[in-house]
Design a protein around this ligand. Structure first.
Ligand code: DOR
Length: 431
């Protein structure tokens, strides 16, 4: 049994009077607790906003296979420092997470490290080859209890295979997370198809490559009565398709990344591959539509697509560079800058899009819970008035490919707690 912990003077969801919150045996034991007589360790949270621990549906931890760029340990540390208490680790590792053995390895490693709950995502197709289904059932019934399946990095583009995947996953109580990209339309693509790519001489990635797959998959999900999740929505057109599907009660959910909320293809003019990402940064009209859709709930949640890459895969010419950017330690600040400061979301809304909805979509039952007595003490305390300057080398990830290098961002994670254990405090990993 661990010593009780008292968070003094915190503001739940940034609203109402400050309260003292007592944590005992991993649970929220009391709200409005007295400071005296509990024997608790006291943390002074005066003025800090308390949110349920953040949940990331889309993290690349790179272990097994590319431990030079990230490990489950370093990625877990980055996540906890960013305010997360759970992450979903994508399947495009080496070996691919397409069997019970690999997902159990990732799950157990995450549990042993203990900084965040690591939920392995299972591949949809064996080896991510898009030819035949992976062992969805074996992964679902393994110790890792996989419920989210994705070939992310690649699209499940064969429509019959996608249909079967949706049907199988539905039977397992799971969801297929689609990386929506018609590969025929993006062969050789390097940047959003538009004015900037034309000026820079980069082959274009048309929004229709995403939108056509989203439209098709919504129809397949409708017919199967199955749950579909759309990864990293990047275009205004996709938002309209999601609106159409949700109005018809099709079981579709969607995520947007912090970088697609903030950055546009105007960043590409210096040809710095740190800005290369898949799907690509698009236009200001797209970021605008994505912010509105997130506020309205048409896009359900924020997911980082945290994608660490080795220096040699980023410090090279544009066409040779790998797509992807770090995201775990900067996500909350970017959401504050793009959604809270402009008045599109309040803190309750942040809890919804960064904790509650992702936990529901990923079927992580004890995450994304209300800050209420009897609930698991998965919490993050945020200083809403602080700012910080991003330096890639100071981030916990092994890689340093952040697009926010040198930028001053609002909001600072002060403390993260997983089931009553402090995982990070003042920018330092605990324990
Ligand atoms: O930019 C990206 N990087 N997009 C993806 O879908 C995959 C990811 C990666 O694994 O690096």
């Amino acid at each position: 049994m661990t010593r009780p912990f008292l968070l003094r003077g915190i503001r739940r969801y940034g609203a109402g009077e400050p309260v003292n919150l007592l944590v005992r045996n991993g649970l929220i034991a009391e709200l409005g607790a007295s400071v005296d007589g509990t024997g608790a360790e006291i943390f002074n949270g005066g003025g800090l906003v308390a949110l349920p621990g953040l949940v990331d549906l889309h993290t690349h931890l790179r272990e097994p296979g590319r431990e030079d760029t990230e490990t489950i340990a370093t990625g877990s540390a980055a996540a906890a420092l960013g305010g997360y208490t759970a992450v979903f680790a994508m399947a495009n590792t080496d070996p691919v997470a397409d069997t019970a053995v690999v997902v159990e390895y990732v799950y157990r490693r995450g549990r042993d490290i203990g900084l965040v709950d690591v939920h392995p995502v299972g591949a949809v197709t064996a080896g991510l080859h898009g030819q035949r289904l992976a062992e969805l059932g074996a992964m679902a019934t393994s110790a890792a209890a996989v419920r989210l399946f994705s070939d992310d990095g690649l699209c499940v583009h064969d429509s019959l295979l996608m249909r079967r995947a949706l049907e199988y996953a539905c039977g397992l109580g799971g969801v297929i997370a689609q990386h929506a990209e018609d590969p025929r339309l993006t062969a050789g693509a390097q940047a959003h198809e538009g004015r900037v790519a034309a000026r820079l001489g980069l082959a274009g990635w048309p929004p229709a490559a995403e939108e056509s797959i989203v439209a098709r998959d919504c129809l397949l999900a409708r017919d199967a009565g199955a749950a579909l999740h759309i990864c990293h929505v990047s275009s205004a057109g996709t938002v309209e398709l999601l609106r159409w599907a949700k109005r018809r009660s099709i079981r579709v959910s969607a995520e947007v990344t912090p970088h697609h909320l903030l950055l546009t293809d105007e960043r590409l003019s210096g040809y710095d591959p740190v800005n290369k990402v898949n799907p690509p940064l698009r236009t200001a009209a797209d970021t605008e539509a994505l912010r509105t859709a997130l506020a309205e709930g048409i896009v359900d949640c924020v997911a980082t697509d945290h994608a660490p890459h080795a220096a040699q895969d980023k410090d090279c010419e544009w066409s040779a560079a790998r797509p992807g950017m770090l995201g775990l330690q900067t996500a909350l600040s970017v959401v504050i800058a793009t959604m809270v400061q402009p008045g599109l979301l309040d803190w309750r809304g942040v809890a919804r899009v960064m904790s509650e909805r992702p936990a529901q979509i990923g079927r992580a039952a004890d995450q994304g819970r209300p800050i209420a007595v009897g609930e698991p003490a998965n919490l993050v305390l945020v200083d809403p008035d602080a700012t910080w300057t991003v330096h890639g080398v100071q981030l916990a990830s092994l890689a340093d490919n952040t697009p926010y290098e040198g930028m001053e961002l609002p909001g600072r994670v002060v403390l993260t707690m997983l089931r009553g254990q402090v995982t990070t405090e003042d920018g330092k990993v605990q324990g």
